[in-house]
Structures are given as structure tokens and as C-alpha cells.
Design a protein around this ligand. Sequence first.
Ligand SMILES: Cc1cc2nc3c(=O)[nH]c(=O)nc-3n(C[C@H](O)[C@H](O)[C@H](O)COP(=O)(O)OP(=O)(O)OC[C@H]3O[C@@H](n4cnc5c(N)ncnc54)[C@H](O)[C@@H]3O)c2cc1C
Length: 365
Amino acid sequence: MRRTPPLIIGGGPAGAAAAIRLAKAGSGSTIIERQAIAGDPLCGGFLSWQTLEALETLGLSGDELQGHEVHTLRIFAGRRIYELPLPAPARGVSRGRLDSLLLAKAETLGVVVRRGIAISEYRTETGELRFDDGGILTPESLFLATGKHDLRGLPRPRHAAGNDPMLGLRFRLPASNTLIDILSGHIEMHLFNGGYLGIVVQEGAIANLCMAVRKSRLGVAQTRPAALFAELAQDSPALAERLAGMPAASHIDAIGRVPYGWRARTTQPGIFRLGDQAGVITSLAGEGIGIALASARCAVEYWRDGGSAAASAYQRAFARQLRRPLAIAELLGSVGRHPDIAALPLALLAAIPGATTMIARATRV
Ligand SMILES: Cc1cc2nc3c(=O)[nH]c(=O)nc-3n(C[C@H](O)[C@H](O)[C@H](O)COP(=O)(O)OP(=O)(O)OC[C@H]3O[C@@H](n4cnc5c(N)ncnc54)[C@H](O)[C@@H]3O)c2cc1C
């Protein structure tokens, strides 16, 4: 049966991957992306071995991605350091690079990417999408891939972020030779009370530092993020060494109310929620992009078989796939926010051969 192709809102990994899969299945599509140039959204930029495999199936190889190869997860918990081998090589790649390569791949397959224009609202009563330039569209099927940002009219529930929500903070540092030597082959995770900070080198010798932290950890007086970094560095000589090149006036990106652990179990007619709009995994697991790619694959399969009527069945099926990885990642995240408690499980992980691989696999989709 001939179907009208879905309209895709959002040109991040979920939206771009969906467009590529639709094109490969013989269906053109249009992506609406509000950024004029693929940005570098707040993200750790860690691509797991499984994410790399999924990118290969979309025609994007590790060689094209470049970045920095990662073999070991090094965790700092208080004064202790644990080195855990990853099941297979992973990569640190900037989101600017990943997102622009995926969108370019989609365009070579005939996908129309409308950049620099946003959808401002969805009207449930009429199924209308309103563009920020005043345009209106009523698509038969909508792939909602707006990621971290909710679309007016189709928000994720506000309570999903909890009473003491997690915030994401990120800044980048041109990595000195010393820092590159320290981080060579590793992704580092520095645990502290109330959050954790990941550091990985990306292409162009840039160190990407990305933190997830409880709002309350910023303090009643809402300590400025830069002050929090300085405070953490005071408590940890290792972190102080890594932050040594941080300019006093570093630009720190921030995102509020990250609904870790939430997943969409239902949806509205014709609306397929993808990526972070389908479920949000604790960033400690480094699997958000993997979920975005997996959701694209699943949504396209359901849409091809059942068109817009398949939206609910897709959302239920994908929510089932997310259940276990999200739950295990939540548990890891809550332990990770308490370095004292984390010490024992980390010692066990380091001592038992194969344990890290088992846990790492259990948090993949
Ligand atoms: C602190 C933190 C660290 C993380 N670290 C990692 C990591 O190391 N590895 C990993 O795999 N995952 C990580 N993640 C998760 C990862 O960033 C997300 O899961 C992933 O980006 C989701 O992809 P997406 O395509 O759904 O959304 P996004 O990547 O957020 O893309 C959404 C796109 O939609 C566009 N858009 C939004 N609203 C509109 C609109 N109204 N109209 C038009 N366009 C719109 C945006 O401009 C954007 O390009 C991290 C998350 C956080 C919070």
C-alpha cells in the first residue's frame, strides 16, 4: 500500500537514522531541523561498540567518524581508581561531527533536510504542526525526534524528571599533550556525591567534559557551574590535573530536568516517538545515541508494515526493549552518585573477569 512518508522533526541521531532507513526502504522523507548548521548538542560524545556497529549499518564507518578510540573505562571514586576493559573498542566523537555526517548521508540518499526552521507547536485536536515561520502541516505520520527538547503540545510528563532533577553540564577543552597522554585509550568517569563527570578526547584533540548532577548539588544558592567544577577539583587531585587547562571564562553548556529512566509506553495516533522522546537512559551508561539509532530502526519497521496506525504498537514494543537497560542503568546511576557506596561494587567488577562486559551488555538495547 502506498503511504505518505512520515515527517521527521529533529535532525539528531534518531531523526537522521530514521530518514536513512526510510530512504533505504525506498521511501523519501523530510527532516525539519531547527539548527542551521548541525550543532554540538550537550552530550558526552561516547560512542559504544554497539553504537558503532549500528552506525556501520547506516553506512558510517569508524574511519569516517575519526575521533578517539577508547578501550578502557577508568573510574575515580574518592581516592580509588578502577580500570575496567570495555567489551570492544568504542570512540569519542563530537556530536557536531556525528550529526553532520549522518545528515549528509541522509541527503545523499535523497532526504530533504530543511535546516534553520523549527516546529513551534503540535495541536492535538487537529493534528496540526505549526512552524515558527507561521506555516502549518498536518502529516499522516510524525516521527518526533526532538531529543532533549520537548515540543509544545507533545511534552514528556513534567514529573518524569523527579523532585530533585538531574542537570547536564558540558564544556570543552583543547587537550594539551599531557592530557592526551593521560586520556589515551580511556574514557574517564569521576564520581562525586550527587553526580558524575565523564571525560573523553574527541577529534581535533578536544577533551569533552560532560557532567550529570542533581540540582540540589549545585546548592541552595544555585552555585554557578564553574564554581562546582572548581570545588570538585579541590577534592580530587586527579580531576584538578585534568582541569588545569580550563580557562577561567569557559563557556559551560547546561540542560535542565533530564528525565533519566523515563520511557514512553503510549503515544498519540500517528506519532512515533524516537530517541530521547522514546526513552532516556542514565548518561553513565553511554547508550543514549544507541537508543536513538535503535528506535529509528524499530519505528521504520513498524511504519513500513502498518503505516501511521502502527504508532501505538511501535511505542509499546520499543518501551519493552528499553525496560531492562533503563532499569539497570538507573541502578548504576544511583550507585555512581555515591562514591562511598560505589567502591565495593567497583572492586568486585574489577576483580571478576567478564563482569564488566556482562554489565555493559545489560545496559545496551
Ligand atoms: C549529560 C549527558 C551526557 C550524555 N552523554 C552521552 C554519551 O556519552 N553517549 C551517548 O550515547 N549518549 C549520551 N547522552 C545521551 C544522548 O545525548 C541522547 O540520548 C541523544 O542525543 C538522543 O538523540 P536524539 O536524536 O533523540 O536527540 P538530540 O540529539 O537531542 O537531537 C534532537 C534534534 O532535534 C532538533 N530539534 C529540537 N526541537 C526541535 C523543533 N521544535 N523543531 C525542529 N528541530 C528541533 C535539535 O536541534 C536536535 O538537532 C548524554 C546525555 C546527557 C544529558
